[in-house]
Design a protein around this ligand. Structure first.
Ligand SMILES: *[C@@H]1O[C@H](CO)[C@@H](O)[C@H](O)[C@H]1NC(C)=O
Ligand SMILES: *[C@@H]1O[C@H](CO)[C@@H](O)[C@H](O)[C@H]1NC(C)=O
Ligand SMILES: *[C@@H]1O[C@H](CO)[C@@H](O)[C@H](O)[C@H]1NC(C)=O
Ligand SMILES: *[C@@H]1O[C@H](CO)[C@@H](O)[C@H](O)[C@H]1NC(C)=O
Ligand SMILES: *[C@@H]1O[C@H](CO)[C@@H](O)[C@H](O)[C@H]1NC(C)=O
Ligand SMILES: *[C@@H]1O[C@H](CO)[C@@H](O)[C@H](O)[C@H]1NC(C)=O
Length: 934
């Protein structure tokens, strides 16, 4: 509502309900002014917002995500801005009065009624200030609130200077992108640029803000609350006894004066209203603005399961602070009963007897069951969080679930996600591996920094703990790997001072920040790790990391693997053998339509200057990757490194696919995009099949999370879903290879051996048949069936089995015109599963193969609502249904191979601005297009 500071009821704010009268003034909205320090810009501002968003709305700058504006307008991120409220109405004069900010990004001096309240320095903290005396003596009933920001790059440069900084850290070292010094500041680290992210360094009050007035004793305002549900006796990071009763620990953080008689009551009901628990909590204590107690559940609640493994049963819990028969506040929490553990225990003799290699486990267990984690890594959906909506998360999570994923890793930095994201994940059964915002650097351990971090992390651990979708707290992205890389760069050992600062924060401080609050959630200090060497909850240092202290022949780790030399992309011996694959990937170009939405037509070609500038793969010259405090990274030649990133994609496509030489420039660009997307999809599929097969091999691999799910802008990146929501071929490719039961070929080009395996991540055994038949590119059967297979197959719970093998040197027909189609058809647990795959031994870039690929004369015909019939005259590879602009959603299948004949494909609409006209504009293509010059 323009120009008004709204006075809301707290019910409308969806905060705690209270029977007492208190006064909450909502500061969100556009009753603000934004000015720069020079004073030559003064425009309407808003909360929550960022200076870029307000300047764009006021027409001062263009769309930050269009063209080259990220660089052209980078002055916005390096300027000091002030947000000033309009005079605030509706305040009462005398009650206890607090300013409550849910998030300020990042460095600001806060003035209320012309009086300095505080200076803040952490994007992720909730800030609360008692302003009672200032309001009481304020000369006007309508005071003004202002926040004077210092630009984050300026503050980071200042803190990075050891001569002036109070958080100096001589041992700190970072992988820098655009602005140096991010490790000294508590701000989304990708805001300073990342290999998939622009560097906006935005400034603003990015979360809601309120003034809370509490007139009398018993008026309570809830600032946070926490529910921890665990099996009695459970300890973090260790599998609990599933026969023990459930314990519920609950607490409320509040401002206001609690009567001394205050205590806690709770009710827990299922979603039909049947009670599970009603009554008082025991052991209630009150200290430092938090009231805490616990209860034990007598009954046996229905368990919560991730998608694909059972129902997502949820319960409504109401937690009340009560005093002399009065409910002071009532806090609703929707909860689920489940245990989830990141198991890094040593491999037991019983496991070894099953054929599992010695070393340590590295997998998740849900309610006592090992689960194969299938998923991807998620980055912020937009550089500007205030414009991200619940609907955006709904779409993104729908996309993950439609892609047969059950886990997302919420990448470290980034920001802690809003509650609604976890609410959606709770309902959808999507596990969220959650990280704290630290990445590829060592961070200070100076007291002011640690205190700041502890307040931040404690708040979010408490805020998110009750969500059954919360799978893990991980301290950082890749830092143990980063330390190892520094060690190798220095010729062998990581400097002990670096290990010391790493452990100071990630083992001493952050482990306790989780364990002190929660018994239900595991903690690991780094996403890439060989796990713990020892774990002793009563020791002074409870977790000691293993690092490189490994016994040969043993397997401990998760794996994080990238190889930008595409030549060995399908050589399985180059893939890492580990217990869990946490990152792997390769870049591809997003669709023509996604680029066309933000770039002028003149920039729509493969290596145009705008697209080149958006390729951030190599921001830093590898020899100078580590910038030290006080010395920013050396000046860089942007173009060379962008060309290197573009070159990898082109080379990969040319190595494995027909080269694109179309005469029409637009058709040529579209074909090049298609080729980079095919290579990307094939590379990930090959690795995922490898990691999934590992569930039945000594490594007992139990996870595959590819890099990455989504894009923050239109750029060549690792994402499977483009900014704006279009699926790359990769998302269809991973959807297919993440099906519960898959058949896949594993080819050794050196020996000619091909093994065909069936893998299942189901919790019941499956039985059925597997088969393989050979065809030429015209789609005719080859070899009279002599080289075909048709065999029975059975696969156990979360396992894989070899179904047959052969050697291509024994095949009598020409391999340059031969494709094997593989099928598996099984049932188990009352359900049937089928999967199709293909195998060709010769690269699709081989001239003889290319000469055998016919024009399949493929056609597409709309057939009923959102249905299409695709018809091909020959075998067709990578059949691609392409959407026009204006519609997002996904086909039931795409990027598939088909034999001559018809295939019906349906489309799920996520958004449509074409009033249904899109359906007539869908086009179809196949691999043959790469061989054709028009
Ligand atoms: C704040 O200070 C400015 C000048 O410094 C003055 O004009 C204004 O009246 C003051 N406002 C209040 C509420 O005291
Ligand atoms: C921004 O503020 C900082 C610290 O307050 C100051 O050092 C710097 O000069 C200011 N920069 C501009 C461009 O006003
Ligand atoms: C559970 O809580 C939600 C959200 O507060 C509410 O809409 C729903 O009616 C509740 N259901 C039951 C059975 O209490
Ligand atoms: C708290 O729970 C107890 C036990 O169920 C009940 O007797 C009491 O009335 C409750 N208090 C309030 C204020 O509802
Ligand atoms: C309350 O806060 C004070 C000061 O921060 C601290 O010393 C004390 O240990 C806290 N008490 C509890 C019970 O957490
Ligand atoms: C390496 O690990 C072994 C146990 O596997 C342990 O006894 C030894 O102390 C470790 N060495 C170091 C340097 O941590």
């Amino acid at each position: 509502m323009p120009g008004l500071l709204l006075k809301l009821t707290h019910a409308a704010l969806q905060l705690a309900a209270s029977v007492h009268s208190k006064n909450i003034i909502d500061l969100t909205g556009d009753a603000w002014t934004l000015t720069n320090q020079q004073g030559n810009v003064s425009i309407p501002g808003s909360v929550p917002s960022y200076s870029q968003l307000d300047l764009f709305a006021a027409g001062v700058i263009g769309d930050p995500l269009a063209g080259d504006n990220d660089v052209f307008d980078n002055w916005v991120g390096t300027s000091n801005w002030t947000y000033t409220s309009h005079p605030i109405t509706g305040l009462e004069k005398n009650p206890s009065t607090y300013l409550v900010f849910e998030g300020i990004d990042t460095f600001a001096t806060i003035l209320f009624c012309n009086t300095t309240i505080a200076t803040v320095n952490n994007q992720f903290r909730q800030w609360i200030f008692d302003v009672t005396p200032i309001l009481t003596s304020c000369p006007t009933p309508h005071p003004v609130l202002s926040l004077a920001f210092t630009a984050a790059p300026i503050e980071a440069a200042y803190l990075n200077n050891p001569n002036v900084s109070d958080i100096s850290c001589p041992a700190c070292i970072e992988a820098a992108y655009y602005y140096p010094g991010r490790e000294f500041i508590r701000k989304q680290q990708s805001d300073f640029g990342w290999d998939w992210s622009p560097a906006f360094a935005p400034t603003g009050i990015w979360q809601p803000a309120y003034i809370v007035q509490l007139p009398s004793v018993g008026d309570i305002h809830v600032t946070n609350s926490m529910v921890d549900i665990y099996r009695q006796g459970q300890l973090n990071n260790l599998p609990p006894d599933q026969t023990q009763p459930w314990v519920v620990n609950a607490s409320i953080d509040y401002i206001g004066n609690l009567p001394s008689s205050a205590t806690l009551n709770a009710t827990i009901v299922d979603l039909f209203g049947n009670p599970l628990f009603t009554g008082p909590l025991v052991g209630v204590t009150t200290a430092n603005g938090t009231i805490t107690g616990s209860l034990t559940v007598k009954g046996a609640p229905k368990l919560w399961w991730p998608v694909g493994h059972g129902a997502q049963t949820l319960y409504n819990m109401t937690l009340e602070i009560v005093s002399s028969h009065t409910v002071l506040v009532s806090v609703p929490k929707r909860v689920g009963f489940r245990t989830i553990v990141l198991n890094q225990n040593p491999i037991s003799p019983a496991q070894e007897a099953l054929g599992i290699a010695p070393g340590a486990n590295w997998h998740f267990e849900i309610n006592g069951n090992e689960i194969f984690a299938k998923g991807s890594n998620m980055v912020p959906p937009d550089p500007f969080w205030p414009r991200v909506t619940r609907a955006d998360f709904q779409t993104l999570f729908d996309t993950a679930i439609a892609g047969n994923q059950n886990m997302l890793r919420i990448w470290a930095s980034g920001a802690y996600l809003p509650d609604y994201a976890y609410d959606l994940a709770d309902e959808m059964g999507l596990l969220l591996w959650t990280e704290m915002q630290f990445t590829d650097a060592t961070y200070p351990t100076a007291a002011p920094f640690v205190e700041n971090v502890l307040a931040e992390v404690t708040h979010h651990v408490r805020r998110l703990n009750h969500h059954p979708s919360l799978a893990l707290w991980c301290g950082s992205n890749e830092i143990e790997l980063f330390l190892e890389e520094i060690g190798s760069a220095l010729g062998g050992t990581t400097p002990p001072a670096l290990v010391e600062v790493y452990e100071g924060l990630f083992l001493d401080v952050l482990l306790h920040a989780v364990w002190d609050q929660s018994r239900s959630i595991s903690y690991t200090p780094s996403s890439s790790t060989n796990g713990w060497l020892s774990l002793d909850h009563s020791a002074a240092v409870p977790m000691v990391e293993r690092y490189e202290n490994a016994t040969s022949g043993s397997i401990y780790s998760d794996t994080d693997y990238y190889n930008y030399d595409a030549a060995p992309a399908f050589n399985l011996s180059t893939y890492p053998v580990g217990r869990f694959s946490v990152e792997f990937g390769f870049q591809s170009q997003p669709s023509y339509e996604t680029y066309a939405a933000v770039l002028p037509v003149s920039e729509l070609s493969f290596n145009s200057s705008s697209i080149l500038a958006r390729n951030h793969h190599y921001p830093i010259n590898a020899s100078t990757i580590f910038s030290t405090p006080g010395s920013p990274p050396p000046a860089q030649n942007r173009t060379d490194r962008s060309l290197q990133g573009m070159g990898e994609m082109s080379l990969a496509a040319e190595t494995w696919l027909p080269s694109v030489t179309k005469t029409d420039p637009t058709a040529n660009f579209k074909a090049q995009i298609y080729a980079t997307q095919i290579f990307q999809s094939e590379f990930y599929r090959s690795q995922i099949a490898f990691y999934r097969r590992g569930s039945g091999l000594p490594q007992r691999t139990l996870g595959s999370l590819y890099w990455m799910l989504n894009d923050i802008w239109a750029a060549p990146t690792w994402a499977s879903v483009e900014k704006g929501g279009r699926w790359k071929m990769l998302h269809y490719g991973t959807k297919d290879i993440y099906q519960p039961v898959i058949i896949a070929p594993y080819y050794d080009a050196g020996t000619g051996d091909v093994q065909v395996w069936v893998t299942s991540d189901l919790w019941s055994a499956v039985n059925g048949t597997a088969e393989m038949r050979w065809y030429n590119w015209d789609g005719e059967a080859l070899g009279n069936g002599t080289a075909d297979f048709h065999v029975p197959v059975s696969v156990g719970k979360v396992n894989s089995t070899k179904v047959f093998d052969f050697n291509i040197n024994n095949i009598t027909f020409p391999l340059t015109n031969a494709v094997a189609i593989l099928n598996v058809s099984v049932s188990g647990g009352g359900k049937a599963y089928t999967h199709t795959h293909r195998f060709h031994s010769q690269s699709l870039a081989t001239p003889e193969v290319i000469s055998n690929i016919p024009n399949p004369n493929i056609t597409i015909t709309p057939s009923g609502t959102n249905k299409f019939v695709v018809e091909s005259k020959t075998l067709a590879a990578f059949v691609w249904l392409d959407l026009p602009a204006g519609v997002t959603g996904y086909f039931s299948d795409n990027g598939f191979w088909m034999l001559p004949g018809k295939k019906t494909v349906s489309f799920t609409v996520q958004s449509d601005t074409t009033a249904g006209k899109w359906a007539k504009a869908v086009t179809v293509d196949s691999l043959w297009t790469l061989t054709s010059s028009n």
